[in-house]
Design a protein around this ligand. Structure first.
Ligand code: MN
Length: 712
């Protein structure tokens, strides 16, 4: 059985002993944390993290990644917190473990196959440190190797997820050894019969051809040696899934696919690659149109090689790949090749962090591309894949939505549907209620709670970041303001008409259209809106309408016009056309008066407000208001308290206000002298009676001199 000491021996090849000691410490910690847990095979659970670490050791990953591998199931399975891991092993290791745990929590259900690409992006977006992905890939690889006696349906689900997500991510990152093994293991789990048949056929075919393979291999090797070219020829095998895919997609029989002999020639440098190409083309005739130069034009994941196909003796095709050792390492390990290389060097940039290395990898690709003098588009592609700017979140149905970094719940709601955004009132993130302004993170599941008749809030504009949400909110607010202005205009005009014992509904049919024409307005809504917004005077309009009514025409009987609204009822500030004056802070219960302010609608003032004095020159713009009976919201009010300076004053005021079921909005203290303080207090209260109660209690506090409500 593979033990921690075996691993430590292996690590001795590339890690200093202090780091090996830390890896061992992580192992013993995991062993203890998983104590009593067993794998399905019956082995102690800790054999799994140990095997994962071993896979990473083969890739020469650094000690932090290895420690994270040891601890990767500890948060998820044993309830150890991230915080205590950080205390034990440092922040970077805790971050890695946390990252891997988060990926583990996401399961890719069958119905999401169509979204596989988004899933891949989500996984990458969630792994801000590229080592998280590499640990997760190793974890998945070991789980696939030990799928064993799992229920067939469960096996298939995991295999499909592996194929659609993790094998592809490995491919994107160029980690081909892992990709190929994941693909073949998934293929075996998904199609045990087919894979078994191909496996047997491959073995048989290979046996038949052993001599031919040896002959071709030695004639290629001889050709290099004769020309003094450095290089080693090795035989190459296709993996099971790629044979299967070729049979399926190109509709080729097995024999035809296996009829191809594959070889790889590994050499020292790029120059030798091209010279070897010339030499083998001299030995066997090349098949026209089959030569590919991936050295000049690398693949998106950084793969470089020359590919050619030759006519062997008897016309059998021979596929040859020619590449340098570096290219070979890149082809097998991709982004992870950097760890392999760094290990041999004296200066090992561990402190530089893995992100720096990932960037280095991208920079390497960029350099390659620059030398190739080819479009940079592909590098953009790789960069976006590795460091996505976007975030990916789930709807409750498991669909993935893509949003820009920094997006909030409201952005999400509007991206689902404008109606959902408009009627959104609350939200659950991962089943917990969260504020609508919460910034989203990849991997979260969002559920929007809507209510019929709910409306967007102006405040949303201050935190949404998507253009779609912003313009939809603006549009809805504008529409809402329009509706409310029309309603208010209607009430104002009817109120003014009441003075003539008329109402809009009772006007002769021709009266309104005639006036609209005169004012060159198209619809009565436009007239009502302009009255509601204070751009036209209701009295002037009423006067003109009334004068167009012939005096002998019977008007409405006086009883109906009497009960017309003499004053307008206000029920709260949530509307767009009713505003409360900031100078006098009117409260329900206060005598108030409305002032029609151009473009703003009604501003409500207390009758005793000093600002009203100037407005009184303009009586047409003032009108009576009353408070409605059922007002839900709280209103701000300003108080000024003279009291003796003493300690604990603010605390005492605060608890008094809270006890009285009110809130402190703002508190400021001016010191007049050492003895006397003036406290400016802004509270929010229900109404005038509520305020009176609070003021009385403050007045009863010891050493309070005077308390007044600020009028202006
Ligand atoms: Mn695991």
């Amino acid at each position: 059985m593979f033990t921690i000491d075996d691993l430590a021996d292996r690590l001795g090849g590339y890690l200093p002993s202090e780091e090996i000691r830390q890896v061992k410490r992580a192992f013993y910690y995991a062993e203890q944390a998983h104590d009593g847990q067993r794998r399905r095979s019956g082995e102690p659970y800790v054999t799994h993290p140990l095997a994962v670490a071993n896979i990473l050791a083969n890739m020469h990953m650094d000690h932090q990644a290895l420690m994270a591998a040891m601890l990767h199931d500890v948060i998820e399975d044993t309830g150890v917190s991230k915080k205590s891991l950080a205390e034990q092993f440092g922040e970077p290791v805790a971050e890695l473990v946390d990252g891997v745990s988060k990926l583990t929590q996401i399961t890719f259900e069958d119905k999401a196959v169509a979204q596989a690409e988004n899933f891949q992006k989500m996984v990458l977006a969630m792994s801000r440190d590229i080592r998280v992905i590499i640990v997760k890939l190793a974890d998945r690889l070991h789980n696939m190797r030990t799928l064993g006696a799992l229920r067939p349906d469960k096996k298939r689900r995991i295999a499909r997820e592996t194929l659609e997500i993790y094998a592809r991510i490995a491919g994107r990152l160029g980690i081909n050894t892992i990709r190929v093994e994941l693909e073949d293991l998934s293929f075996q789990a998904l199609h045990p019969m087919r894979s078994e048949r191909i496996k047997r056929a491959v073995g048989k075919a290979r046996g038949h051809r052993r001599t031919t393979i040896r002959q071709v291999q030695s004639s290629l090797q001889k050709c290099l040696d004769d020309d003094g070219l450095p290089g080693t020829v090795v035989g190459r095998q296709k993996h099971l899934l790629s044979i299967y895919r070729k049979m399926r997609d190109q509709r080729k029989p097995f024999a035809e696919i296996m009829d191809v002999f594959g070889f790889r020639i590994i050499t020292d440098d790029v120059d030798s690659c091209y010279r070897i190409l010339g030499a083998v083309h001299n030995l066997y005739k090349p098949v026209p149109g089959r030569f590919k130069d991936y050295i000049a034009i690398p693949k998106a994941n950084g793969y470089q090689s020359l590919h050619t196909t030759l006519f062997g003796t008897g016309g059998m095709p021979i596929e040859v790949q020619i590449r340098t050792r570096e290219m070979e390492a890149m082809a097998n390990n991709g982004i992870a090749a950097h760890w392999l290389y760094k290990a041999g060097q004296t200066e090992r940039p561990i402190a530089a962090g893995s992100h720096a290395r990932a960037r280095e990898w991208v920079r390497g690709l960029l350099e390659m591309q620059r030398q190739a003098g080819n479009s940079l588009e592909f590098i953009e592609h790789v960069k976006n894949d590795l460091f996505p700017d976007d975030i990916y979140v789930f709807t409750p149905k498991g669909d993935i939505m893509e949003l820009p970094q920094g997006a909030t719940v409201i952005d999400f709601a509007y991206s689902v549907h404008t109606d959902i955004g408009n009627s959104c009132i609350a939200c659950r993130i991962d089943r917990h209620l969260a504020p609508l302004s919460s910034r989203l993170e990849s991997g979260q599941t969002l559920e929007i709670i809507t209510a019929p008749g709910a409306r967007p809030n102006t405040a949303w504009l201050s935190f949404v970041i998507t253009a779609k949400a912003r313009s939809a909110i603006r549009h809805a607010l504008k529409h809402q303001q329009h509706t409310e202005s029309v309603q208010l205009g209607h009430r104002l005009l009817n109120k003014a008409l009441a003075d003539y014992e008329l109402s809009l509904e009772e006007l002769p049919q021709s009266a309104l259209p005639a006036l609209l024409k005169e004012l060159s307005l198209k619809r009565s809504d436009e007239l009502l809106e302009s009255i509601g917004l204070g751009n036209r005077m209701a009295h002037a309009i009423a006067h003109r309408l009334a004068s167009s009514v012939p005096s002998d025409q019977p008007t409405a009987d006086s009883t109906t016009s009497d009960n017309a609204e003499r004053s307008i009822l206000i029920s709260g500030a949530d509307g767009m056309v009713i505003n409360f004056a900031r100078c006098c802070h009117p409260l329900p219960g206060d005598p108030v008066v409305g002032h029609l302010s151009v473009g703003k609608g009604i501003v409500v003032h207390r009758t005793e407000c000093r600002n009203l004095a100037e407005l009184k020159n303009d009586p047409d713009k003032l009108f009576a208001l009353d408070w409605s009976e059922n007002i839900q919201e709280d209103f701000p009010v300003a108080l000024r308290i003279h009291m003796e300076s003493r300690r604990g004053l603010v605390a005492e005021l605060a608890s008094l206000v809270t006890d009285a079921d009110a809130n402190i909005e703002r508190i400021g203290i001016e010191e007049c002298d050492a003895r006397l303080s003036i406290v400016n207090l802004t509270l929010s209260v229900h109404d005038r009676v509520h305020l009176a109660r609070i003021m009385k209690r403050i007045r009863n506090l010891p050493r309070v001199d005077k308390i007044t409500r600020v009028r202006n």
